[in-house]
Structure formats: C-alpha cells, structure tokens
Design a protein around this ligand. Structure first.
Ligand code: UDP
Length: 137
C-alpha cells in the first residue's frame, strides 16, 4: 500500500468543502490514514515549499498558505500518489479535467484547493514533515 500527503488549502477550508473533498478520497479507494486541521506558520509554509523558493510565485504562495487553516491528511491505497494527483486535476483549475477537485472547487492557479505529493520520494518527506509514526494508522 502506498501513502501520499494531501493538503486541503485555505481557500477550500474557507469555502466549507472539507467534507466534500474528503469524500472524493474515500469514494475512490483512498483511506484517510492520518488527519489534522492546522494554521501553518510562515516558517512551516516556507520550509514545506522550499523546493519552490526560487520561483516568482513563492512569496504569494506562502502568503496564501498561511491565510487560514488547512486540513492535512495522509492518504493510503494502491497507487495513492498517482490516484490523488488524478483526483486533484491540473494545477491550473481552468485546465483541470471536469469532475476533478480543482475543476469543481478551485478558483485559480494560486488558490487551487489542494496539494498532493508528486512522487514517492516527496510523499515520504512531506508525510514526515507533518506527522509522527504514531499519528498514522
Ligand atoms: N503556484 C502558483 N502559481 C504558479 C504555479 C504554482 O501559485 O504559477 C502554486 C500553486 O498553489 C501550486 C503550487 O504553487 O499548487 C505548487 O506548484 P506545482 O507546480 O508543484 O503544482 P501542484 O503540484 O500543486 O499541482
């Protein structure tokens, strides 16, 4: 069984669609192995997105990620990383396939409802960033 990290971003939490997004995961064979609702600090957001530190949108991305609480989950299932990326849809919601989370719940490329790990290596790093072993079951 594979695990991946998902974040329901501040725009989706503010919109009140936490339950609808979690239902997409559970209805598509992804078990919620860990979950918490957190207000990220700037330091958290900068460290989590360190890979994007040189990108022009980095400061706006950090501002956005600390603009309100997020819901962080570990999702578990067969091909969980790819399955979650398929359920999320393209980074830009205008390009996201119909029926995907970003097509249905995201406004634009900055406020795009969800994060999902993009590789096994990043999934392991991102899960360890937010959860200890005893929080995952
Ligand atoms: N992002 C942005 N502007 C851009 C590209 C990306 O604000 O032009 C943000 C967006 O929130 C995205 C995140 O940076 O989800 C990470 O970008 P990545 O390319 O890794 O997309 P993802 O893996 O989230 O689809």
């Amino acid at each position: 069984m594979e695990q991946t990290l998902s974040i329901i971003k501040p725009d989706a939490v503010a919109k009140g669609v936490i339950g609808k997004i979690l239902d997409r995961f559970e209805s598509n064979g992804l078990k919620i192995a860990a979950m918490k609702k957190v207000q990220l600090s700037r330091q958290d957001a900068e460290a989590f997105y360190a890979v994007h530190a040189a990108r022009p949108f980095f400061n706006d991305l950090v501002d956005f990620m600390v603009s309100g609480p997020v819901v962080i989950t570990v999702l578990e299932g067969e091909n969980a990383i790819l399955k979650n990326r398929d359920l999320m849809g393209a980074t830009n919601p205008k390009e996201a396939a119909p029926g995907t989370i970003r097509a249905d719940f995201a406004e634009n490329i900055d406020a795009n409802a969800v994060h999902g790990s993009d590789s096994a290596e990043n999934a392991a790093i991102e899960i360890a960033f937010f959860f200890s072993g005893r929080e995952i079951s």
